[in-house]
Design a protein around this ligand. Sequence first.
Ligand code: NAP
Length: 299
Amino acid sequence: MPTILITGSNGLVGRELIRAFDKLPEYTVIATSLSPDKITMPDVAFHQLDITNRQSVAQLFNDLLPNVVIHSAAVSAPDTCETDKELCNRVNIEGTQNVADACKAIGAKMLFISTDFVFDGAMGPYSEIDIPNPVSYYGWSKLEGEKITQQLNNWSIVRTVLVYGDTVELNRSNFVTWVKGALEKGENIKVVNDQYRTPTYAPDLAFGIVKAAEWLVYNKGNEIWHISGPLPLISVYDMALKIAAFYNLDSSFIETIASASLNQPAKRPPVTGFILDKAANHLNYKPIEFTKGLEKLGL
Ligand SMILES: NC(=O)c1ccc[n+]([C@@H]2O[C@H](COP(=O)([O-])OP(=O)(O)OC[C@H]3O[C@@H](n4cnc5c(N)ncnc54)[C@H](OP(=O)(O)O)[C@@H]3O)[C@@H](O)[C@H]2O)c1
C-alpha cells in the first residue's frame, strides 16, 4: 500500500488533499504542517514539520519512508514573498530543496504543487509546453522549486490557478469568502478588471493531484500537469459579480479597478488560465465551472 506524505496539510490545498486521499483505502496518508493540526482526521497521522529545518525533514522522511511526497507547503501570498524575500527564499526554495534531498535519500517520488504565476500573463491561457517567465518574486521562487523538483529521478509538477474552497476551519480567506463576507457587511471592495483566470474548485484540484500522484506511483513518467478550472477565462471582476449574483448580494459595492492602481507589492500576471487537454486526456480530469463550484461549496 503506497504511503503518501503531504506537506502544508493545514493549507487550503493540503487540507483538500488529505480529504481526497482519506477516501481512498489503497493509500496510507501522512499529514505534515508547520503549525499544530487544524483538520484532525481519525485515519490520518499528523506530524508537525518545519520544512526549513533540513535535519527534521530528513529525519521524519527516514522514519516514515513515504513512497510519494506531495509538497504543497509554501509562502503562498505573492505580496509576502515580494516584501519578505528572505522568508520566501527560506521556505519556497531552501524548504523545497530540503524536501527534495530527503526524498532522494530514501528513494521517494516527489510531486510539487506550483502555480500559474510562473508565467508572465502576456499570452494566457497556457499549456504545459509554454515557457515560464515570472513577473513576481513568488512566481520566481515557485519556478526555482520546479527546477529543484526536476533534478530528482521521479517527479511530477502540478500547476494550478486561483483556488477557491471552504476555508472556514482554516482561519484563511480566499477570493469567494472575501467577496461574500464584504458584501454581506455592505463594505465597498475594489476588484481588478484586467486579470483573467480559470479559477479552480479545491476538490477538483485534489482529484487532479490524486490522479497525477497515481501516474507517478505506477511509474508512467515525469510530467508537468496543468490542473485548474475550465476555460473560458473569466476576469476577477466577473468572478466577484458572479459571487454577488449567486448569493443574492448587492453588486453595487464592487468597484472595478485597474491592477496598476492597486499598488500591490507584487506584480500579477494579467492573463493566465490553463489549457487542460493533457490532464483531460491522461488523467480524466473534468473540472466544474465557477458558478457550479459556488453551488457545491454550500457556504
Ligand atoms: N491557493 C491558490 O490559489 C494557489 C494557486 C496556485 C498555486 N498554489 C500553490 O499551492 C500550494 C498550497 O497553497 P495553499 O493555497 O494551500 O496555501 P496556504 O493555504 O497558504 O497553505 C500553505 C501551507 O504551507 C505551510 N507552511 C508554510 N511555511 C511552512 C514551513 N516553514 N514548514 C512547513 N509548512 C509550512 C503552512 O503551514 P501552517 O498552516 O501549518 O502554518 C500552510 O499550511 C502552494 O505551493 C502554492 O504555491 C496555490
